[in-house]
Each structure stands twice: as structure tokens, then as C-alpha cells.
Design a protein around this ligand. Structure first.
Ligand code: ADP
Length: 158
């Protein structure tokens, strides 16, 4: 059984993340979406809210598990017998950071590969930060995020 782990901040989950999740779902028998609890950057949504939004978005995918963890993601991956961590790549600007992360993770645990999935062209410009920036100005973000996330953003910026 091939098990994959897709870690991310997901503050909040966007259609770009969702595209990566659906495509990773085709590649793995079991997929974990993992939200690290101790992130350096300050988030708009709490960990619980982010996990809850992802769960709501993935309600039709009972075989995808959404969890928060206070462990290093490689450790989490090891504990659930995953063989791969999934990351999305949008533009060249993602590359440096992602290469650094993948290299460090490989040093931490050589048995876990990082698998990159290229963003679909319609989402290559999309990030959680740009969505938040637009929503803050009360502009419609329904093109970029699932309905439940759109509502949660409207609530936050009301
Ligand atoms: P992190 O803080 O771990 O980078 P993010 O939620 O910003 O968390 O991103 C998680 C992963 O999803 C990263 O690999 C990022 O490059 C990828 N990602 C984010 N938005 C998109 C998108 N629109 N298309 C493809 N991949 C994306």
C-alpha cells in the first residue's frame, strides 16, 4: 500500500491545493493532509479551523485523512508508514524553498521521498496569501477557493 503525506500551512486551503490533493489521490492508496501545529508564520485561521475547513472540502474523500501534528512532518510520515511527502510547485520562485526543504527532509529521513506535483496552469498564480489579501478588501474570491472557505473568509474579515 502506497501512503503519501501532503503537508502544508493551508491558511486557508485554496483550489490550487485541492488540485494537488486530487491528483496525489490518484497516485497513492492512502493520503494524509497534514497541518503542522508549530508554524513560524502567523496564520489567519487557527490550526483547528484550517483542519476543519480541509475536512469539509474533502467530505467526499473518506479515504483522505486530515490531521494536525506537533511532530516534524518527516516523523509524522514515518509513523504512518508513508513513503512520500507531496509538495506543489507553481513558479520558479517556489523552487529554491522547496529544494531546500526536500534536501533537509531527505537528510532527516532518507527513506521518505519528496514528490513534486506541478501546479495546473489555471492555479499557478494562486496562493493562500493572495486570496487573503483580496478577501481582506471584501472582494469576491469564489473563483479561487471552495464555497465553505469563501464563507469562512467573509466571516473573518466581516
Ligand atoms: P507551506 O507553508 O508549507 O508552504 P502552503 O499551504 O503555502 O504551506 O503550501 C503547501 C504546499 O502546496 C506547497 O508545496 C506549495 O507550493 C503548494 N501550493 C500552494 N498553492 C498551490 C497552488 N496554487 N498550486 C500548486 N501548489 C500549491
Amino acid at each position: 500500500m502506497k501512503i503519501g503525506v501532503y503537508p502544508g500551512t493551508f491558511d486557508p486551503i485554496t483550489n490550487g491545493h485541492l488540485d494537488i490533493i486530487k491528483r496525489a489521490h490518484q497516485l497513492f492508496d492512502k493520503l494524509y493532509i497534514v497541518v503542522p501545529v508549530n508554524i513560524g508564520k502567523s496564520a489567519l485561521f487557527t490550526t483547528e479551523e484550517r483542519v476543519d475547513l480541509i475536512k469539509k472540502v474533502l467530505v467526499d474523500y473518506p479515504d483522505i485523512e486530515v490531521v494536525a501534528t506537533d511532530k516534524l512532518t518527516v516523523e509524522f510520515a514515518k509513523n504512518v508508514n508513508a513513503t512520500a511527502m507531496i509538495r506543489g510547485l507553481r513558479m520558479v520562485s517556489d523552487f529554491d524553498y522547496e529544494l531546500q526543504l526536500a534536501t533537509i527532509n531527505k537528510k532527516l529521513d532518507d527513506s521518505i521521498e519528496t514528490v513534486f506535483i506541478m501546479s495546473s496552469h489555471e492555479y499557478s498564480f494562486l496562493s493562500s496569501s493572495s486570496v487573503k489579501e483580496i478577501a481582506k478588501f471584501k472582494r469576491d474570491v469564489s473563483l479561487f477557493v471552495p464555497d465553505v472557505v469563501n464563507k469562512a473568509l467573509q466571516e473573518k474579515y466581516k
